[in-house]
Design a protein around this ligand. Structure first.
Ligand code: ADP
Ligand code: ASP
Ligand code: MG
Length: 418
């Protein structure tokens, strides 16, 4: 008998009907002779709605501990209802929170890493014949504080749990039937990848491809978890994420990702002296704020300007931190820009193919869009641009790199998402 971890995302359990359909799918798997551990996310847009609610109560960056307390309630609703739905179909099921499942994390709010999983309770319940349902996205510190793993973090719960209980397979069920060359909601002629390597998937996920949480891919790679992304709405074969993937010949750019969770911050009039950059970025790092592309734009009369990107969700916190060090650094002004998007192309063959970057810049400029920031590595190029024409940019890039296929991508669930 095999042990399978099945993870269902928010849109797969968006309402009672969908919850019941997911329960049926799990019961089928169980009756086929598998032991099932299920990880589930909050229903539909619950997490976004809870964030909106907190904004009505608190101006600026809300207390991180209380945010985690609030957001973890979403997953708790899902696990209890899914357990009821499975029991209504005549199978034994039990729901657990992250902490009841022995998921320990570092003492960081909003984007904690899992440090350790003690799954004895989960394993015992499986032995007793239960479908075990675990709340995704949440854990507990050694001191007993509730934490969350970052947006999209239920994928990471699933993969980490699969590693901890030595599951034979981890299936990520979502509202598209696999990993595509780009978001199939934007490009209808995106091509489905039958296989993708951990490394390429990690790059795509880090650059914003929401279909898998980056840390889930990291875990899968480190613990060699067999990972399949597939649809909760169809029985189509999904995408296998593995160490080595078979690649189509002649394709240089494998995928296009975009990230709307981007803000640009500029610090103007920074008096020039050694250690200034270090002071700014260590203050940001201390507040757990990740910084992405950094650009210094010249020194005039002994003072410099520089810009960097950070996630939109960290913007308020970052501005607060910078205000706190304004006097000690002595800069003149901080400005910020939102409504941006980072568009990236990814492919292992890019480094040895000339003209890949030039094509990207041409496509973007033909649409009349100027590029604010660029960053490159051996296997990716990212451009930060105004977000208003995102869909066109992604579609044009997809065509320019020869990725369009004639098959229509499957997209289930709600067509309008935030
Ligand atoms: P879930 O609620 O199941 O976790 P997510 O919204 O987090 O679902 O992830 C699935 C979504 O990821 C898809 O609906 C699709 O719009 C988006 N997506 C972005 N890039 C890709 C890609 N390369 N392949 C497939 N889906 C992608
Ligand atoms: N509910 C959380 C979110 O919306 C976690 C997840 O869906 O994976 O980000
Ligand atoms: Mg997700």
């Amino acid at each position: 008998m095999s042990l399978v971890v099945m993870k269902f995302g928010g849109s797969s359990v968006g309402d009672a009907e969908r919850m019941k359909r997911v329960a049926k799918r799990i019961v089928e798997r169980k009756r086929d002779g598998h032991s099932c551990v299920v990880v589930v996310s909050a229903m539909g847009d619950t997490t976004d709605d809870l964030i909106d609610l907190s904004k009505q109560i608190y101006d600026g960056a809300p207390p991180a501990r209380e945010m985690d307390m609030l957001l973890t309630t979403g997953e708790q609703v899902s696990v209890s209802l899914l357990s009821m739905a499975i029991q209504a179909l005549g199978e034994k099921a039990v729901s657990y929170t992250g902490w009841q499942s022995g998921i320990y994390t570092e003492a960081v709010h909003a984007k904690a890493r899992i440090t350790n999983i003690q799954p004895h309770r989960v394993l015992k319940s499986i032995e007793e014949g239960n479908v075990v349902i675990v709340a995704g996205f949440q854990g507990m510190t050694e001191e007993g504080e509730i934490t969350t793993l970052g947006r999209g973090g239920s994928d990471t719960t699933a993969v980490a749990l699969a590693a901890a209980i030595k599951a034979d397979l981890c299936e990520i069920y979502t509202d598209v039937d696999g990993v595509y060359s780009t978001d199939p909601r934007i490009v209808k002629v995106a091509r489905k990848l039958n296989e993708v390597s951990y490394d390429e998937m990690l790059e795509l996920a880090n650059l914003g491809a929401a279909v898998l949480h980056p840390r889930a891919v990291e875990y899968a790679k480190n613990y060699n978890v067999t990972l399949v992304v597939r649809s909760s709405f169809t029985y189509n074969e999904g995408t296998h994420v593995k160490e080595e993937a078979v690649m189509e010949q002649g394709i240089v750019v494998r995928g296009i990702a975009y990230d709307k969770n981007v803000a640009r911050i500029s610090i103007l009039g920074v008096p020039e002296k050694p250690g200034q950059l270090a002071s700014v970025f260590s203050a940001l790092a201390k507040a757990q704020i990740d910084v992405d592309i950094i650009v210094q734009s010249g020194v005039i009369a002994g003072s410099a300007d520089f810009s960097f990107t950070t996630s939109l969700s960290d913007l308020d916190k970052a501005l607060q931190v910078l205000e706190g060090i304004r006097e000690s650094i002595g800069f003149r002004e901080v400005t910020s820009q939102v409504n941006l998007v980072k568009v990236s192309i990814v492919g292992a063959g890019m480094v040895s193919t000339p003209g890949v970057a030039a094509t990207m810049f041409e496509v973007i400029s033909k649409l009349g869009i100027s590029i604010s920031l660029v960053s490159t590595s051996e296997i990716k190029i990212s451009c930060v641009i105004d977000g208003s024409q995102l869909s066109e940019v992604v579609r044009e890039l997809h065509t320019a790199y020869g990725l369009d296929t004639s098959e229509q991508a499957f997209v289930g669930g709600p067509s309008e998402r935030r």
